[in-house]
Design a protein. Structure first.
Length: 446
């Protein structure tokens, strides 16, 4: 391992406490801009959803679109506690499903609902309400309507941006001749996660996803959402979808710039491109390719898969960091599978170092963003805050959760005991059912 090149990399990827504090400060500024409606990198989208009371009940369907799988759930809410009679089906999304036309994508969703109803024997004799988790930047126009602003996470189906995604779903459901399903709620996965957790725990006021993409939402006072002029003087709260993946006031390396330039959405989702599972592996690959060209890695021999875009996945980063063996046998065999000829222990160490620097940077950026959201709600951290968090990177990347927690304590000092960051699995789908319940109850009282 050539010391100088690695030292430079380390210097470029490390974030000191002071740098984290400066991220928090600019995050606060961007949040404020987003709430007033002036242009900035944070969209701060009002969701028309508030926290549930915990007494919501009934049987619901939920759809969850936005990661590597599309999921359909049916469950019965009992008023607090874990829902019963949960039935779930997962459908893997292939590249062609997400980059086709919007019409085909929604046809695929409706077709999957049809399969689900048949296989899971869902009774549609009375009608059933459905919550749709659609995890992209959506300009929400009401509890069950919103237009897609822009695709993220590599989705590119044509003819969906600028359109109401609930209307597209309803049309596709009608085309499949499925009767008795009404779409009553539209939610983001972060909102689903926050809602699912706060169904049982009133102190939960932040929802975070760190998976294929990354984002967060939180509970804001209505009077602070200045861009919604009609709500300005009303008491109460509303969940705001921050769309923090688009935050861009971060120190970027040339690899970050290269990844951004080669992506399908250059200039957008800068934080997401440094943090989320979709990009961590690719960053590692770009650094590796550079080190190969400088003859620091693999004896300078270019090899098979390291030259292919996106060939080094986020899961590989997890596998690399999970290898605790002395001879790095797991990493070496992964490198062999990727077509590297005779990788040595030094190569393994270099790859591990790159993955670890990238993973620690991702965790520290996430921690600064989480801390910024908490201190936006409660600047002196006087109350307890539960941060409901989910996503493959948070759950599976070795050391990631611990690194977030320790960076949050670095920032919060003696107040750290008030903050709990807590894994909330599958909240994105389950939360959509709760939001559907809230929305149906509101519909009934109107
Ligand atoms: C992307 C989407 C956002 C979503 C996040 C996590 O950043 O734009 O809406 O919440 O991924 O899935």
């Amino acid at each position: 391992m050539t010391l100088n090149a690695m030292k430079t990399l380390e210097r470029d990827l490390r974030l000191s406490r002071r740098e984290l504090e400066s991220i928090v400060k600019s995050f606060h500024q961007e949040m404020k801009k987003g709430l007033t409606g002036s242009s900035g990198s944070l969209k701060m989208i009002p969701t028309y959803v508030d926290r549930p009371t915990g007494s919501e009940k009934g049987r619901y369907l939920a759809l969850d679109l936005g990661g590597t799988n599309f999921r359909i759930l049916s469950l019965t809410l009992k008023g607090r506690g874990i829902p019963s009679d949960k039935r779930v089906m997962k459908f893997a999304l292939r590249k062609r499903d997400i980059s086709t036309t919007g019409k085909r994508l929604f046809k695929f969703l409706a077709g999957s609902i049809k399969k689900f109803i048949k296989e899971k024997k869902i009774d549609l004799s009375g009608s059933i309400d459905l919550g749709f988790t659609f995890s992209f930047p959506v300009k929400t126009t009401g509890p069950a309507s919103g237009t897609l602003i822009v695709w993220t996470k590599g989705f590119s189906a044509s003819g969906v941006e600028g359109r109401d995604v609930v209307a597209l779903l309803e049309r596709a459901i009608a085309d499949e001749k499925i009767d008795n399903i009404s779409v009553v709620a539209l939610a983001n996965d972060t909102v689903g996660t926050l809602v699912a957790r706060s169904y049982d725990d009133k102190d939960c006021d932040v929802g975070v996803i760190i998976g294929t993409g990354t984002n967060a939402c939180y509970v804001e006072d209505l009077r602070n959402i200045r861009k919604m002029k009609n709500l300005r003087r009303q008491p109460g709260t509303m969940i705001i979808n921050i769309e923090w993946g688009n935050f861009n006031r971060l120190k970027a390396t040339r690899y970050d710039r290269q990844l951004d330039g080669e992506s399908i959405n250059p200039g957008a989702q800068i934080l997401e491109k440094m943090v989320s599972g979709m990009y961590l592996g690719e960053l590692c690959r770009l650094i590796a390719v550079d080190l190969i060209s400088e003859k620091i890695l693999f004896g300078g021999r270019a090899c098979g898969n390291f030259n292919k875009n996106m060939a080094f996945s986020g899961e590989f980063v997890s596998q690399v960091l999970a290898d605790r063996s002395r001879g790095l046998s797991g990493i070496i065999s992964l490198l062999r599978r990727l077509g590297v000829k005779d990788p040595g222990t030094e190569d393994g160490k270099t790859i591990r170092k790159i993955c670890s620097l990238l993973a620690v940077r991702a965790a520290r950026i996430s921690a600064a963003a989480i801390f910024a959201v908490i201190t936006r709600i409660d600047p002196d951290i006087k109350k307890r805050h539960i941060v409901a968090i989910d996503g493959s990177v948070y759950e599976k990347l070795p050391g990631f959760a611990e690194n977030i927690k320790s960076a949050v304590s670095e920032l919060s000092g003696v107040r750290t005991g008030k903050i709990r960051i807590s894994l909330t699995k599958d909240g994105s789908g389950y939360g959509a059912a709760i939001i559907a319940a809230v929305s149906s109850a509101e519909g009934d009282t109107k």
